[in-house]
Design a protein around this ligand. Structure first.
Ligand SMILES: NC(=O)c1ccc[n+]([C@@H]2O[C@H](COP(=O)([O-])OP(=O)(O)OC[C@H]3O[C@@H](n4cnc5c(N)ncnc54)[C@H](OP(=O)(O)O)[C@@H]3O)[C@@H](O)[C@H]2O)c1
Length: 278
């Protein structure tokens, strides 16, 4: 089911347009909603838990004066998702999409509940792809817009957690890089945010109690979002909030690009030639 409700008590702050925030009912999405409202964005808040969204929407409308709207949707449900897509396609006031809603599954591949993995792929991969597609044409036509995709550092280190979860986040990172090149030519900004472990409900929801994590690895959610927004303000395409040595990231990217000329050639590498193997 999908419902919408509006809340507004605008005062004098000029609007920066409307930000659509998925997964706004808790954690990273709820903090982004707070920060974006304080920057002057009107908000469309998307998640399944309409009661939590409404409490947040009411508070932000009251405290900041922006217009807030609740759009209840289960983004794994095609009919619900289509309503959000429709909104993104038809509302020219939308200037920012935050693809944040996500879930994790814990455990090994052999132990995994494949139905839960499929739901995760629907939420972490299919939904942000379809929502990005829904908003991208309008952004490109208007030569403006910001797309923020929440990936994860696990996109870079699949050995550290579930391979299926990290795979969904590697997808988000790759899609973001590709869209940076394609949409960037049309004046659209695309940022991929790669949080490390962040203190939110996702851990308990996935059955990995947050208390079991080394505390020095855990960032508070407000700190994470503020760092990610600082990265956006600095024009970063990929933001890794805890990475001090940013040259390490640049070096990785340089090494990856250096492979480019050698990855698709007519001939196999010499070590694969029959004569070499014999
Ligand atoms: N916390 C971390 O350590 C960490 C690290 C790296 C990346 N991330 C990523 O950050 C993003 C936000 O996660 P979080 O840490 O803030 O976790 P969270 O507190 O569990 O928030 C997840 C959000 O997604 C929404 N959601 C879940 N299933 C949904 C569905 N089927 N349809 C629509 N919305 C749904 C939830 O709302 P409802 O339950 O109301 O639907 C909630 O608002 C995710 O993409 C996650 O993969 C998190």
């Amino acid at each position: 089911m999908s419902t919408a409700a509006s809340h507004s008590s605008r005062t004098s702050m000029p609007s920066l347009g409307t930000a659509v925030v998925t997964g706004a009912s808790s954690g990273i999405g709820a903090v982004y909603a707070d920060r974006l409202a304080r920057r002057g964005y009107d908000l469309v808040l998307v998640a399944r838990d309409a009661a939590r969204l409404t409490v947040l929407a009411d508070r932000l409308a009251r405290e900041t004066g922006v217009r807030t709207e609740v759009l209840q949707a289960d983004l794994t449900n095609p009919a619900d998702r289509a309503r959000v897509e429709q909104r993104l396609q038809s509302d020219a006031s939308v200037t920012l999409l935050l693809n944040n809603a996500g879930m994790a599954v814990s455990g090994t591949f052999l132990e995994s509940d494949i139905d839960a993995v499929e739901r995760m792929i629907a939420l972490n991969v299919v939904a942000p792809t379809r929502l990005a597609a829904a908003v991208a044409k309008g952004f490109a036509a208007r030569k403006a817009g910001t797309l923020i995709n929440i990936a994860s550092v696990l996109a870079l280190v699949p050995e550290m957690f579930s391979g299926t979860y990290s795979g969904t986040k590697a997808y988000v990172l790759n899609l973001s890089k590709s869209l940076q090149a394609e949409l960037g030519r049309h004046g659209v900004r695309v940022q991929a945010v790669l949080p490390g472990a962040t203190r939110t409900e996702i851990w308990d929801r996935a059955g990995t109690p947050i208390a079991h994590l080394p505390q020095e690895m855990l960032m508070d959610v407000d700190t994470m979002v503020d760092a990610a927004l600082a990265g956006l303000d600095q024009g970063e395409e990929v933001t890794i909030p805890s990475l001090e040595a940013v040259h390490e990231w640049t070096a990785l990217e340089d090494a990856r690009r250096a492979l480019g000329p050698f990855l698709s050639l007519r001939d196999p590498a010499r070590r694969y030639l029959a004569a070499a193997v014999a």
